[in-house]
Design a protein around this ligand. Structure first.
Ligand SMILES: Cc1ncc(COP(=O)(O)OP(=O)(O)O)c(N)n1
Ligand SMILES: Cc1nc(C(=O)O)sc1CCOP(=O)(O)O
Ligand SMILES: [Mg+2]
Length: 507
């Protein structure tokens, strides 16, 4: 049994039980983490009002943190309400010391104003935050009011939000997620903006008509911290967290707690696609409304590729020659990929021969990377990676009637690739592999199962380090296809390996 990751919440207590550490602990538990708390303020509030803040002294705050450090070292830290500059300075000093022991991801939700409009922090706190705390944060998650508070400028539409996020990130935190609950750039859409200094993403959720929204910011930031503690990369953590909140808004709706803004629901792991945000593609027309439209990308863009004859593509060997294709076709394999890296002048002839073999044996034959010769030769389909999507002419691929498979590595890429509605989605690398350096992108079977559960009726392919011993647990996640290189090409008895894989993937 693996130990539950420990996550700390450094935040205020909400006597109403909707936000603050109460929301954080429920969220950590929902996502399978053990929560610890260091309380900054003992607020007196209900669903209608913040009656008092009651900040604790820096000494009381530090004594909690020091006790936790002695026994319950965290895998991630969420920071919420810090009531004054002294608290901010004390927490920052403590975090600098903790860093000397081990680097722990820190997510800061800069709580400054309650939904009711009540100020929660003392006047000069913002300056100390910018100077002392921001450089220690892996992510900060301001809403629009908090963005204005920290950026020191009014924030209106999408462009201004993006500019303020860039400005804040340049003050030293690794990334900024601006939450969109307080504005609708497009009616009916709640869009969060993620900026990490390199890449900007709009994550778009559906607005849910509910009065139970108290604690959404706390829940989001603690869900991100929990996901980071579970080992998810930042973008995956953000989309899982947004889905956790969305699920709470959808299912918690109607609980009718208190007369004011009731608490968001806490309803467990988000296992349904409808709760996950859409990752906006700059190629989409609607990106114009979010200020990130790309004419060039739009010219190459296409969605809705032809589906294969079955959602279950079975054993899917990925090989580097037409000799291998023919050998495996003769053994009864129906789904195959020709993957030629570092091609020479013979590439075009090899693809032509592959297509001919594909026709002879009625294969679902995908050509990796080389989409233009694949179109020219009338191939069945092409397989593209995330980087290939930046340059490939998807419109040409679709217009030529080719099928399209897309590689993904984690929740964020899966959601992004799903926007294209390709013929299949590949998820990798499930295990470490000697075929390609996939370090930092390993998913494991549990995460694969979570991703596969989101798309039960979609053709899914698992790839990376899968051999005959591991194949049963991979197949049990529900994916209809397993792609392999070495498990077939380096098998002592290739025909026997093919037979065993096929027995496993039948039905
Ligand atoms: C079925 C399948 N899944 C993933 C990949 C990897 O594709 P990509 O990310 O484009 O990397 P390269 O294969 O080009 O190195 C794949 N080929 N097939
Ligand atoms: C080509 C490739 N793509 C991967 C991905 O995760 O996108 S993993 C991988 C290598 C798969 O080889 P093997 O079956 O020998 O581990
Ligand atoms: Mg590729």
């Amino acid at each position: 049994m693996q130990n539950k990751p420990i996550v700390w919440s450094i935040a205020g207590s909400d006597s109403g039980g909707g936000a603050g550490i109460q929301a954080d602990l429920l969220t950590f538990a929902d996502l399978g983490c053990h929560g610890c708390t260091a309380i900054t303020a003992n607020t007196a509030q209900n669903t209608r009002e913040v009656a008092a803040i009651n900040a604790v002294s820096p000494e009381i705050l530090l004594s909690q943190l020091q006790a936790l450090q002695r026994d319950l070292f965290p895998s991630a830290i969420k920071i919420g309400l810090l009531a004054n500059g002294e608290q901010v300075a004390a927490v920052a000093k403590f975090l600098r010391g903790l860093r000397q022991v081990k680097k722990v991801p820190v997510v800061y939700d800069p709580v400054a104003v309650a939904t009711s409009g009540a100020a929660l922090t003392e006047g000069s706190t913002g300056e100390v935050v910018l100077r002392e705390l921001l450089p220690l944060c892996d992510l900060i998650t301001p809403n629009l009011h908090e963005l204005e508070w920290l950026a020191g400028t009014p924030v209106g539409g999408a462009e201004q939000i993006a500019a303020a996020a860039r400005q804040l990130q340049s003050r030293g935190c690794a990334a900024v997620l601006v939450t969109g609950g307080h504005s609708e750039i497009v009616s009916g859409e709640i869009a969060d903006l993620l900026w990490d200094g390199e890449r900007m993403d709009w994550l778009i959720g559906r607005k849910i008509a509910t009065g139970s929204t108290h604690g959404t910011g706390c829940t989001l930031s603690s869900a991100i911290a929990a996901s980071l503690a579970l080992g998810y990369p930042l973008r995956d953590a953000c989309v899982v967290a947004k889905a956790t909140v969305q699920r709470g808004l959808r299912l918690g709706n109607g609980e009718n707690i208190g007369d004011g803004s009731g608490p968001v629901g806490h309803c467990g792991w988000p296992g349904e696609l409808e709760d996950f945000p859409q990752v906006l593609l700059p190629a989409e027309e609607r990106a114009k409304k979010y200020g990130c439209y790309s004419e060039e990308a739009n010219a190459r863009f296409a969605q809705g590729f032809p589906q294969p004859d079955s959602n279950r593509l079975g054993l899917y060997p990925v090989v580097d020659s037409t000799d291998w294709l023919e050998r495996l076709a003769k053994l009864g394999v129906r789904t195959l990929q020709l993957r030629i890296k570092n091609p020479d002048t013979g590439l075009r002839a090899e693809i032509e021969r592959a297509v001919a073999i594909g026709r002879e044996y009625d294969l679902r034959l995908f050509i990796n990377d080389h989409w233009q010769p694949a179109i020219d030769c009338g191939a069945y389909g092409v397989h593209l990676g995330q980087e290939d999507l930046q340059t490939a002419d998807l419109a040409a691929i679709k217009n030529a009637g080719l099928k399209l498979g897309i590689s993904t590595h984690g929740f964020y890429e899966l959601l992004r690739a799903h926007r294209y509605r390709p013929s299949y989605l590949a998820i990798g690398a499930i295990f470490a592999t000697s075929t390609k350096d996939m370090s930092g992108q390993l998913q494991g079977v549990d995460k694969l199962a979570r991703m596969a559960a989101l798309l039960p009726d979609y053709p899914l392919v698992a790839i990376g380090g899968i051999n005959l011993q591991r194949a049963p647990e991979v197949a049990a996640t529900g994916v209809g296809s397993i792609a392999v290189v070495t498990a077939v090409t380096q098998a002592a008895d290739c025909a026997q390996a093919v037979c065993q894989f096929q027995d496993l993937l039948v039905g």
